[in-house]
Design a protein around this ligand. Structure first.
Ligand SMILES: Nc1ncnc2c1ncn2[C@@H]1O[C@H](COP(=O)(O)OP(=O)(O)OP(=O)(O)O)[C@@H](O)[C@H]1O
Ligand SMILES: [Mg+2]
Length: 271
């Protein structure tokens, strides 16, 4: 592959604090057309927050996020709505509306953003369900689905506008290894077949190595490693090695509070 790859998302010097805590710390990253980029890292390291900047649901304190020729960190809500039509999102929880059928859930972005006849919408919904292996399920309610089926309906909804980019937050969280494999395969197949750029947040290591063309590891709001699956597998970086091997011992601590423990305990006494 010698062809010059086109950058579809360019993040420049992104910074975000929540209160006194720095969550995203000067992150810069280019994402290329057609690649599946996986963002991994420990719980609370800022993965979902980073992703939410890429879909324009959070604004950074400073920095830029370029997509479709615009810096979405500083555009109006109306302009952002137009950009939203061009990408899909599969949320961490699946985020289906419980009061709507599977078909209505999938049709929602089409009804909001595209002026299409109901007959056409129904055909598109059926095609999307077929793509995720759920033909004939359009009249079921989300409560009648298993976790894996819900994720696949979420995936069908994320794809319904034929997006160029799809973002996924933990697409396999809570699924058994077989269903994880099924959802991973769908992500790979749809991404390659439809030439979509995929940005996937996950901490499931089996998924990471199955689906990634490139892997970014976040730690305390910083990119600490970036590379191909082979490069990440063979790195000497102790943070990455600990994460990949799932070891409790190493530089990654499970403690997330930044303040001094003694000061925290005695704060009320000294006030
Ligand atoms: N809206 C918010 N207001 C204040 N703090 C927030 C907000 N959203 C996230 N945080 C904090 O930012 C940090 C990063 O959260 P985030 O959800 O990005 O982590 P994550 O890497 O996705 O974790 P997980 O793997 O558990 O989903 C956490 O400490 C969290 O408490
Ligand atoms: Mg998260």
């Amino acid at each position: 592959m010698t062809a010059k790859r086109e950058v579809v998302i360019s993040v420049k010097n992104l910074m975000k604090n929540f209160g006194p805590r720095r969550i995203i710390n000067d992150v810069s990253l280019d994402i290329y057309e057609g690649e599946t980029l996986v963002i991994m890292g420990g719980s609370g390291c800022g993965k979902s927050t980073f992703l939410r900047h890429l879909i324009g649901s959070i604004r950074p304190d400073s920095g830029e996020v370029w997509m479709f020729g615009q810096n979405i960190a500083s555009i109006s809500e109306d302009e952002m709505d137009l950009i939203r039509k061009r990408f899909g999102m599969l949320f961490q929880s699946g985020a289906l509306f419980d009061s709507m059928t599977v078909g209505e859930n999938i049709a929602l972005p089409l009804k909001e953003h595209a002026k299409l006849d109901t007959t056409i919408i129904n055909i598109i919904v059926k095609m999307k369900l077929e793509q995720v292996g759920l033909r004939g399920f359009e009249n079921l309610m989300p409560s009648q689905l298993s976790g894996g089926m819900k994720k696949r309906v979420g995936l069908a909804r994320a794809m319904v506008m034929d997006p160029k980019i799809v973002f996924y937050d933990e697409p396999t969280a809570g699924l058994d290894p077989v269903m994880t494999g099924v959802v991973d395969k769908l992500v790979i197949d749809l991404t390659k077949k439809l030439q979509i750029t995929s940005v996937v947040v996950t901490h499931d290591m089996a998924s990471v190595f199955r689906i990634a063309d490139r892997i970014v590891m976040l730690h305390q709001g910083n990119i600490v490693a970036i590379g191909t699956p082979d490069e990440i597998r063979n790195t000497n970086n102790p943070l990455v090695r600990q994460f990949v091997s799932g070891s409790a011992e190493g530089p990654i601590s499970f403690v997330q509070q930044g303040d001094d423990y003694l000061e925290h305990l005695t704060a009320e006494i000294t006030e």
